[in-house]
Structures are given as C-alpha cells and as structure tokens.
Design a binder for this molecule. Structure first.
Ligand SMILES: Cc1ncc(C[n+]2csc(CCOP(=O)(O)OP(=O)(O)O)c2C)c(N)n1
Length: 982
C-alpha cells in the first residue's frame, strides 16, 4: 500500500507541482521530460486537459482563496509569473484543485484497469497507485473534507463533494462491472456525453423489475437452448454460447434501444459462437427448424438447389415488432473465415440506407459480433473500421460486440495480441469502448443502451467488450484441459451466469424462486414440444427473392441460357449523353490536357466514329442512370482512373472542387456515386459485395488498381462471390474491373490472375470476361442490370488497350440493334473459309497484336477469333464460329504463361468444340501458343517482355503446327502441347 510519504503532492511539492502543471498546460515543452511524461499520462492532449483541468479549476471562486476579488477570480495562476511561489491558503487550494482533478482524471483514464470485468477473476491489474487517493497526498482525514470540482466537466453535476463521495462515484462508474475507455477520443463533446452518462448513474435503478425479469428470461433461453442441444445432440458441433449467455440480452437491449431511437432496420454479422441462439432468440427462427436441421434435414425447401451450408453459417431475416413499430433484421450468411463478413455487413447497411433515402444514417444500423482473438488478429477488422467515416462508405456507425471469452480455440490472449485488450485496434478509430462483465447481465444491458445512444447521437462506431468465458472446449467435442487446465478448473467451479443472476434478482426482491423456476420450466416445456415436431418439419419458404429482389429470378444451371437481353440504346439518346459528358459548365477551370480529351469525346459523339473504351464505359453508366438505375463505382483512384482514362470527377484547377459529369445528365436521372476508395482490397471488395447483395438495382462496381492486387481480397472471391449463391441462395450482381495484360511492367501489374477466377467457375455461378471492344463493355455493363437475374461479373479490364487505336467502336455498335457478343468472329477479308488453314483463338489484348502482325505480313489464310466471355463458356457460339473452318488447325494464343491465363480452363473445352465441329478438326487437339510455364507472371525486363511477346505472335501466325507441338521451351511437368495426343 502507498502511504502519505510516497505522495508526489505532499508538502511544498504541491505548490511547485501545481505551478508546473499550469506551465505544462500553457506550453508542454516548458517543463522537463519527466514531468511532461507524468502530465501526459493524464491525457494525450494538453489542450484537452486544459479545458478540463485548468480553466475552471484555477478560476473557481473558492471562498477560502486568499486575495480573491469580488468575483473570486484574482488568484488565477495565469496572473503569476512562471515559477512564482504560491503561498498560504491559495497554495493549498491550488494544490487540492490539481490533485483532486488528477485523481478524477486517473479514474477516467485508467479506472477500467481496476474494474471487475472478468467473471473468472483470473485477470486483473492488481494494485494501481494512480487510483489510490493517498498517492496524491490525501489522507484518511481528507475523506470527509469537501472539495470543489471542475464546473466544465462536473462529476455527475456536482460542484463540490467530499473525497469519499468522489471516490465512491469514481469506483462505481469506472471500476465496477463496467469500465469505459474514452479518453483516447479527441472530440470533447463526445467525451463529455460519455462522462455524463457514465459517472454517478445508478444504472441498476434505471431498469424496472419487469425489465430485469425479461433479461432473466433471455438468459434462461440462451442457456437452456444450448443445454438442450448438448443433451439431445451430444458431441455435434454447435459452437455453443455457454459462458457467454449475456450476449443474447445484450443484442435484445441493442435492438430495443435502437427501436426507441428510430432505427428501422439492423443488419447483423457474427461468427460461429452462439449463432444458433441468435437465429432462434434474435431472428425468431423456430426452434423446430433448428432441431430439424440437427436431425439432418435441409435448411432449404426441397425445390431449391444449392450446396447449402453448415448450420452455424446460415443467414436469416425477420421482422420484429417493437412498441415503435416493425424492425427488419437480417443476419448475414458468412463463411468460416472469421471477421470477413464485417465489410459485407457494412456495405449492406450502406445500400439499405440509400434505398430508404436515409441520408442521416439513423434508420439502418450495422451490428457486428466478434470473438476476442479474431477481432485482435484479423486485418479485415481495421480495414473495415477505416471505412466508417469515409464519404461513400460511412454508415453512421456500427455497434460492435466482442464476445470476449478470453481464449481463441486453444490460444491464450497473451499469444493473440500485443495489447491489453482485444479492442485496442478500435481506439485508432476514436471509438468508445465499454468493457463489461458478462456475469452481470444488467450491466451488459446498460452498456448496450449507451452504445446505441452514442451511435445514434454521434454517428460513430462503438465497441462493447463483454468479458465472459467458454464453458466447454472450442467446440463441443474439444478438450480444453490439454491447454488451459487452470482456467478450466476455475470454469468447472464457476456457477453459470443464470444462477448468479437468479440469486441476485431473488435477493433484491425482483422475483421469487418460484417465479424463476416457472420461467425455466416453461421454456423447457416449449423446447420439448418443438423437438417433437422437428422430425416432421419441412422448410417451407426460401426468402431470398423478396423485397427489392421481387421480380428477379434464380437462374438454374442449364435451365436457360444466360440471355443477352436488349442492351442497345437509341442513337440520339447516346449522343445526348456523350455530348453532355464532354461538356463542362462555364466557370470550372479544367486542366488543359483534359480539355483536349473532352474535345476528342465530343468529336467521337458528333462523328459516331472512334468511340474509345472510356466512352463505352461512360455511355453504359450514363444510359443506365438515365434509365433510373443507380451506379456506384468504388476503387482506388477510380474517379480519375488509374490510367487517367475515366475522369468521372473533373477537378477545378483553381479550387479543387469536383465536378461529376455523370451526375449532371438530367434532373430525372438516378444517382451516380464514384469513390476513390481507401487503400484496401479485402475491405472494399467486401463492402461492395455487401452493397450489391442488398441492392440489385444499383450497378455496383469494385475496381482494383491493378488486377493483381485483387488477390488480397481473395476471401471475398472464394467464400462469397463465387459460392454465395450456392451456399446461401443469395444473388449478387457485383462487377469487378481488374486491369490485366502483359505490358512489360514487370511481374506485378501484369496479371489479374484470370486463371484463378476461371477455376472458381461452375454451375453458372459468375461471368468472366476479357473484352476487346468499347461496345462490348458497354453492353456487358448494361446487361448486368437489364436481365432478370443477378450474377457477379469479373472483367479483365484494359490498360494500354484503353488508348489503342484499333480498340474503338462505332456509335451504331451501341445502338438499338446492337448487342453484347460473347465471341467475335473474323473482321478482315480472307481466303474462302475452306481454305483457311488455321484458326487462332484468343482473348483480350493479344488480339490486337495478332491482328496488326497478320495485316502487316499480309497473311490471309489465318482467321483470328475472339472469346470475349470465357464463362459461362460460349460453347455453341464457338462451335458455330470455328465451324466455318472445319479443316483448320486450332491454336489457342495467350500472352500469359502456360500455367496461367485461360489455357487450363480452355484446353479440354476447346477440344470438345473441335470434336463437335467435325471435319479434320475432330480428333485433334488445340495447340497452345503462349509463354512457357513460369513461377512469376511476367518478366522484369521490358526487353525480355518484348522478345517474348513478339515470339508468341510469330508462333501463332507463322510456325507450323508440328513445330508448335514440340515442347519448345522451359516447360516442366505440364507440357501444354504433348506430342503424343496431337
Ligand atoms: C480466418 C480464420 N482463421 C482461422 C480460423 C479457425 N478458427 C475458428 S474459431 C477460431 C478461434 C476464434 O477465437 P475467438 O475469435 O476468440 O472466438 P471464440 O471461438 O473464442 O468465440 C479459429 C482460430 C477461422 N475460422 N478463420
């Protein structure tokens, strides 16, 4: 224990310190480093301390202050020369003033370290001298002395209080079952709000007996359901909530308060733990349905296809009734990958806000649950938090609950993170953090209330860190004693939350033991009857095409071809749009280079010739906007475009104001959003996937800076985009623009890893394209919104091809009779078809290199065909096109190495096409031309690149088939052209 003589505030030191502190507030560098550190510990921002500590404290009209004028203000320290001695009563008063404030401040900053969050009592900071009044020179005699408090940040509205009152308030506010971290926040108004709502508020009294009984019911149901499953399906994985039951009343309270605050819709994302309980209690999924799934029945109605998913990944939606009206809830389906659902949920929230016109972001809220280990460990957490205040991504704040069971599978917290709490990552976002003991359900409810109120008032993220424990192993078949024997012995002896809470409520006279018994037995009887009904239960409704999805259909594999749909637009309308995009109003100072580009755009539209890629893309957006379809484009530097082709925002050269031509087409048009995203792929791709998941009526596009960076978002492609429909019956029309093409820029910046996307393709799950005309990107983008189903679209988008003189279309290619082409045939006049000796098939940029070389060399017996859409595989279209040349060789030419690009995907498919065509072609194999298999996607040197590129063009056009079939270069195990099968 500290004693008085330990104190830094005793004796003459006191006045000296008071003066030093004042000096520090005026100018931190005026005191030496040791004192700076001490004062800095009180706050990270002297200006804030100044507001809190200095202003009113010195100026207080302290009656005992010597030399006070009639206003009591003359003894201000500002009037004193630095270093001047303070004497007599004034000195004492000043010293008292400082130390009581430092004491209060210490509790505000560090009180949480002494709070009792941990139900198991295994964690704790031990004795903290900063929270000991004796550390500040107070003695036991001072406990009954009255002190003046700061009127700018009063301690629960008091202007004066005895030391014991002060300590009681501080301990109750900061060191009880609740501990708050908020002093890292810069906004004084937010801190003041938190102080006011935390300090001296007897939250237990704020709840009526009925409310407390309802909380008890929630705990009974949460525990009872897990126990019931444990008995009926012992050993089946359910990732039970056991030990963290207070999560359920926490969510209930969040929803209750949210309804009161005017929120109409909550989008929830959560991991495995306790999910079944959330489905049942929060979403109202009938217990009978969950029992039925435990008995092995499908969660989907019988007439619905798809792989389905395990029980603890499934999503659901429901309407809940509150006094204030109906609230729509949706629990987002998620894969096993922890935390990756976070951006998806936030994106959904944003879309729902847009659909509702909720610009104030006060009707739709995100609620994310997390495990402690995952929240600290997964990089997607800060990526998602970072988006929370950004234009185009903000949602008015997400409420986070960490179900902090103090373990991650078998890993202890000290191996999980380098910070004291799992929540420390949220401090950078300036989010307030409420730590709370899960064994005190009323305290949990209290922080739930505060969290929603704070979110609603300040539109910022807020975090609840609910300390609890995991009663069993990681899952129900897991043995925790191997690795945490001490913790698990403690848990074995620790009564469940329900028992602790039950005793407390009975003791406080809130309910009788009989009432408690009845609540428990009623619930048990309910579960018994649901369990009995489960064997005959049939899932009767798939809810995935309701609401905004009404009118759209699920396209079953092979049921119907993916139709092209009418995507052309009247020429007049196109002209009007294109010319409008090329016009900038008077008064905007446009960059001179851009002016030239705009003039060129106007010429394209006037002549109807030479429309480039940027124009094709812009006309697609513009025409959709005019049709009333919103467009949202998000990616790094997407406004200008990484390659300066787009200029969707024109920046005034004088004042940097941004003008968005696509927002100025017509007063009746739909909203156009383009965002320069934060430098994140995983987070932003997840956000846009979520956006498109919630809104089928906005053309939603995520653009990678270069396609290869998309691999940091791989989880979104694997776990959501390609498989979401099959697993969870959720459609999504997200478009991804991934710049791709070998242009001598080195191993990076060349490949969007086309092969990986193609490998994910099956069951018509998504579309993959490598397009070569502006008209085709126009139709592809329009088609995305014109059809009555939604599928993700992956586009290998161009770089150098953006400005290639041949990569242009005529206006009529966009017109009413035009359409999207999955394959493109020969464009030049060649020898008669039967005399064509070779068909070179290709996709993307290499087409133009082949075309130019063929023209240059005046070759007229080789046809060059393009596959624009690689998946769904345009088999029949290709059979028709290739079928014109039944006696020709078929070469597949790609610029990517043999182990990359489309080759592996096409190899057998092309063989099938050739077989179907018949003639001499049948029985032969397609011949590969491209770079040899390679570990790295591209050469580092431009010279090597150019040589390789020239060689592959030469091979495709001039080498004999037999020569091509020889393994010609560094090809290891996989010879792309085995001689034996030729
Ligand atoms: C990205 C990812 N890596 C690893 C895993 C495997 N895994 C499943 S649960 C788990 C522990 C999670 O601990 P925590 O976040 O504290 O949640 P808890 O299970 O304790 O509720 C791990 C490592 C996973 N699901 N996702």
């Amino acid at each position: 224990m500290a004693n008085e003589t330990d104190s830094i505030f005793t004796g003459a030191n006191g006045a000296f310190i008071a003066q030093l502190h004042e000096n520090y507030l005026n100018d931190p560098s005026s005191v030496d480093a040791g004192w700076q550190a001490l004062f800095a510990e009180m706050a990270d921002d002297p200006a804030v301390v100044r507001g809190e500590v200095a202003g009113a404290s010195w100026a207080l009209p302290l009656p005992e202050l010597e030399g006070a004028d009639e206003n009591g203000a003359a003894a201000k320290k500002e009037d004193m020369a630095p270093g001047a001695a303070v004497s007599g009563d004034a000195e004492d008063a000043a010293r008292d003033s400082v130390r009581i404030r430092i004491l209060i401040r210490s509790f505000r900053v560090r009180g949480h370290l002494a709070a009792s969050f941990d139900p198991l009592g295994l964690q704790g900071a031990g004795y903290l001298k900063e929270l000991d009044y004796k550390h500040y020179g107070f003695t036991d005699e001072d406990l009954d002395r009255t002190f003046y408090l700061d009127t700018t940040t009063p301690l629960c509205g008091k202007e004066r209080a005895t030391l014991s009152e002060v300590l009681e308030i501080l301990r109750e506010s900061y060191c009880s079952s609740i501990g708050v971290e908020y002093m890292h926040m810069q906004e004084i108004e937010q801190r003041a709000w938190l102080q006011e709502n935390v300090e001296g508020v007897d939250y237990r009294r704020n709840y009526s007996d009925d409310q407390k009984k309802n909380v008890y019911k929630d705990i009974v149901e949460a525990e009872g359901f897990e126990n019931y499953l444990q008995v009926k399906h012992t050993g089946t994985k359910r990732f039970g909530l056991d030990g963290g039951e207070s999560m359920i009343p926490c969510i209930e309270r969040i929803l209750r308060t949210a309804a009161y605050e005017g929120i109409k819709e909550v989008v929830i994302g959560m991991p495995h733990r306790g999910r079944l309980n959330v489905l049942a209690r929060t979403l109202g999924k009938p217990y009978v349905a969950i029992f039925s799934e435990f008995q092995g029945n499908s969660a989907h109605p019988e007439d619905v296809q798809g792989s389905g998913d395990v029980k603890y990944h499934l999503g659901a939606s429901a309407d809940r009734e509150f006094t204030e009206g109906t609230m729509h809830l949706s629990l987002t389906a998620n894969p096993s990958h922890l935390e990756c659902v976070n951006p998806v949920v936030v994106g959904k929230v944003r879309a729902k806000q847009t659909i509702r016109g909720d610009e104030a972001r006060e009707q739709v809220m995100g609620l994310l649950l997390h495990g402690d280990a995952a929240f600290a460990g997964q990089g997607i957490v800060p990526e998602t938090l970072d988006m929370s205040q950004l234009r185009g991504y903000r949602t008015g704040g997400t409420v986070h609950i960490i179900v902090n069971n103090q373990i991650g599978f078998t890993t202890n917290p000290n191996a999980s993170r380098s910070t004291p709490y799992p929540t420390d990552v949220a401090k950078g976002l300036q989010a307030p953090i409420f730590h709370v003991n899960g064994d005190d359900p009323i305290a949990v409810c209290r922080v739930a209330d505060l969290a929603v109120q704070f979110r609603q008032k300040f539109k910022r993220d807020v975090v609840i860190d609910m300390f609890c424990y995991r009663r069993h192993g990681h899952n129900e078949g897991d043995e925790p004693m191997f690795t945490q024997p001490i913790m698990y012995k403690t848990i074995a002896e620790h009564p469940p939350t329900r028992e602790i809470f039950r005793e407390a409520l009975i003791k406080d006279g809130v309910m009788t033991a009989e009432e408690a018994d009845k609540i428990e037995s009623d619930f048990r009887a309910h579960l018994d009857s649901e369990f009995e009904a489960a064997s005959s239960y049939k899932a009767n409704k798939a809810d995935w095409l309701e609401g905004v999805w009404d009118g759209l259909v699920h396209l079953r594999q092979d049921e119907e071809e993916m139709k092209e749909g009418p995507t052309g637009v009247e020429l007049d309308r196109l002209k009007e749009i294109g010319l409008s995009l090329a016009r900038v109003p008077e008064g905007i100072n446009v960059n001179s280079k851009l002016l030239r580009q705009l003039k060129a755009k106007a010429t394209m539209m006037e002549t109807g010739e030479g429309l480039d890629w940027a124009m094709g893309e812009a006309l697609a957006y513009g025409s959709l906007l005019m049709d009333g379809c919103r467009v949202r484009l998000s990616g790094q530097d997407s406004s200008r475009g990484t390659f300066s082709h787009r200029h969707a925002a024109i920046v005034d050269q004088v004042n940097e104001k941004r003008y968005y031509p696509l927002s100025e087409l017509s007063p009746d048009q739909a909203a156009f959003e383009v965002m320069d995203s934060p430098l994140s792929e995983f987070g932003v791709a997840g956000f846009e996937y979520g956006y498109a998941l919630a809104d089928p009526n906005t053309l939603t596009i995520w653009e990678a800076q270069f396609g290869d960076f998309a691999n940091t978002a791989q989880v979104i492609f694997d776990q959501f985009l390609s498989s979401g429909e099959s697993k969870w019956l959720r459609l999504c029309g997200l478009v991804m623009l991934l710049p791709h093409g070998m242009e001598g820029q080195g191993p990076e910046h060349s490949s969007a890893r086309l092969e990986r996307f193609l490998q994910l393709c099956a069951e018509d799950n998504m579309q993959v394209m490598n397009l070569t005309t502006p008209a085709n990107i126009f139709h592809a983008l329009r088609r995305q919104m014109q059809r009555n189903f939604r599928k993700p679209l992956v586009v290998m988008s161009p770089k150098s091809l953006l400005r290639h003189k041949l990569n242009v279309s005529k206006l009529e290619d966009f017109g009413p009779d035009a359409q999207f082409w999955r394959t493109l045939g020969e464009v030049d006049d060649l020898v008669p078809d039967e005399k064509v000796k070779r068909v070179v098939l290709c996709s993307g940029k290499v087409y133009y290199e082949l075309l130019e070389a063929r023209r240059e060399q005046e070759i007229d017996d080789i046809a060059i065909l393009r596959i624009e859409q690689l998946y769904p595989w345009p088999r029949d279209a290709l059979i028709n096109r290739v079928g014109r040349y039944p006696d020709a060789d078929v070469v597949w030419c790609q610029e990517e190495p043999a182990n990359m690009g489309a080759w592996s995907f096409l190899n057998l498919r092309l063989e099938y096409v050739m077989k179907s065509v018949g003639g001499k072609m049948a029985g032969k194999r397609p011949i590969f031309v491209g770079r040899p298999a390679s570990a790295s996607p591209a050469a580092g040197s431009l010279k090597v690149h150019n040589a390789e590129q020239a060689l592959l063009v030469e091979q495709a056009l001039t080498w004999k088939a037999d020569d091509l079939r020889q393994p010609f270069q560094r090809i290891e195990s996989a010879d792309p052209n085995p001689v034996t099968i030729g």
